[in-house]
Design a protein around this ligand. Structure first.
Ligand code: HEC
Length: 132
């Protein structure tokens, strides 16, 4: 009986300890997840200013184009790099393959099974090329 009385409180303490441990682990995971999924922070890390025309176009192409072109395009983190690769001509969308390749503009990008860009997505690309 004595043993049981002494044992019970310590068992309780152990339970509290593990509950707190779980809370600490979960909350630290939450913090890691939040900081890693903070897009603005990540893109500024690779040199793309959040909110810039390049940022809008890059993040759009990341979801619509990088599945196939990511290997060659992911590293193009300044507009000058896109210009140097001949993928865009500054101020000239209709001479930029990134623009003319779009389904909406007579091309066939993004290829199946990806749906064509929406009007506003096409505008995002156009705005960037006009002001890279
Ligand atoms: C499902 C895969 C896939 C996706 C998604 C995709 N592409 Fe392509 N793309 C290709 C392939 C494959 C080629 C090789 C040439 C071809 O088959 O036309 C290509 C070629 C190109 C070319 C060079 C040839 C041309 O047509 O001028 C451009 C520019 C291009 N893609 C732009 C884009 C853009 C911009 C997006 C996103 C809006 C995109 N692609 C999304 C597969 C894809």
């Amino acid at each position: 009986m004595m043993m049981l009385k002494l044992w019970r409180p310590s068992m309780f303490k152990i339970k509290i300890f593990f509950n707190l441990l779980v809370i600490v682990i979960l909350s630290s995971c939450g913090q890691d997840y939040n900081s890693n999924s903070n897009d603005a922070e990540v893109y500024s890390d690779i040199g793309i200013t959040p909110g810039s025309n390049l940022y809008e176009a890059y993040t759009l192409m990341q979801t619509k184009c990088f599945a196939c072109h990511g290997k060659e395009w992911r590293g193009l983190t300044t507009s000058q790099m896109w210009i140097d690769k001949g993928l865009i001509v500054s101020g000239n969308p209709t001479n930029s393959s990134i623009y003319t390749s779009l389904t909406n503009n007579g091309g066939d990008m993004p290829k199946n099974p990806y749906p064509p860009l929406t009007r506003s997505e096409v505008l995002t690309i156009k705005n960037w090329i006009n002001n890279p």
